[in-house]
Ligand binder design. Structure first.
Ligand code: PEP
Length: 254
């Protein structure tokens, strides 16, 4: 089954609104020739989301948030609800990034609640999963991923599965310059797809877009995305400049 390549840029805590505007303006132009050939999204900070939506309106670049709270509203200082994101035109939302699991106490349970909230508000989750170096070296990669997947997808309706993207991000490869080899990443992606097939069915697993994330750059994007089960990327560092992100997206579908 042909799955469309999907590349998303995770800007993390970078770019003021003015800087975000400039980067969106540059990407709107540089990525326009790739319209229809690839799905592209950028995920700025909350303070730049409205600006990004405004600048990218009518373009082939979509906008995503980096987090969402599960409640509709209430006493949750510092949090943002799905309705708030939806109202301003956000389409995607990154959920369960390893930095949120590591620094902000995110668990499989809260990841699941955020998934439910995103879907209930018509937002498309980009679910991040991945093992640490210690877990990989201890031969626990598959067990860790299976647990993260089962936790994240608990009570998620089969009917919503086409709204969800999985980003496999080995924690040891994020921002470190160490990329999983294409073969190593492919083996893990195939395992993730198999796990989704076991939880749901083969058809849903075959349609699921699974991105790779972890030091993906213009130089390695093509080899990674050429793998049978790697359908794109979630990009950190290389997404912060228009030229590197454009080159990466271009190479990924070359
Ligand atoms: C990320 O933060 O999701 C990521 C993959 O970062 P980097 O590309 O910088 O490794």
């Amino acid at each position: 089954m042909a799955r469309k390549v999907f590349i998303a840029g995770n800007w993390k805590m970078n770019k003021t609104a003015a800087e975000a505007k400039a980067l969106c303006e540059a990407l709107k132009e540089s990525l326009a020739p790739l319209a229809g050939k690839v799905e592209v999204a950028v995920c700025p900070t909350f303070t730049s989301l409205a600006t990004a939506v405004e600048v990218l309106k009518g373009s082939n670049v979509k906008v995503g948030a980096q987090n969402i709270h599960w409640a509709e509203n209430g006493a949750f200082t510092g949090e943002i609800s799905g309705a708030m994101l939806k109202e301003i035109g956000v389409e995607y939302v990154i959920i369960g990034h390893s930095e949120r699991r590591q620094y902000f106490g995110e668990t499989d349970e809260t990841v699941n609640k955020r998934m439910q909230a995103a879907l209930a508000n018509g937002l498309k989750p980009i679910l991040c999963i991945g093992e640490t170096l210690e877990e990989r070296e201890g031969n626990k990669t598959e067990a860790v991923l299976e647990q993260q997947i089962k936790g994240a997808f608990a009570d998620i309706c089969e009917c919503k599965m086409d709204q969800i993207t999985i980003a496999y991000e080995p924690v040891w490869a994020i921002g470190t310059g160490k990329t999983a080899t294409p073969e190593m990443a492919e083996e893990t992606h195939a395992f993730i797809r198999k796990t989704i097939a076991a939880l749901y069915n083969q058809e849903i697993a075959d349609a699921m877009v699974i991105q790779y994330g972890g030091s993906m750059k213009p130089e390695n994007a093509q080899a990674l995305v050429a793998q049978a089960d790697i359908d794109g990327g979630l990009i950190g560092g290389a997404a912060l400049k228009a030229d590197s992100f454009t080159a990466l997206v271009t190479n990924a579908i070359a």
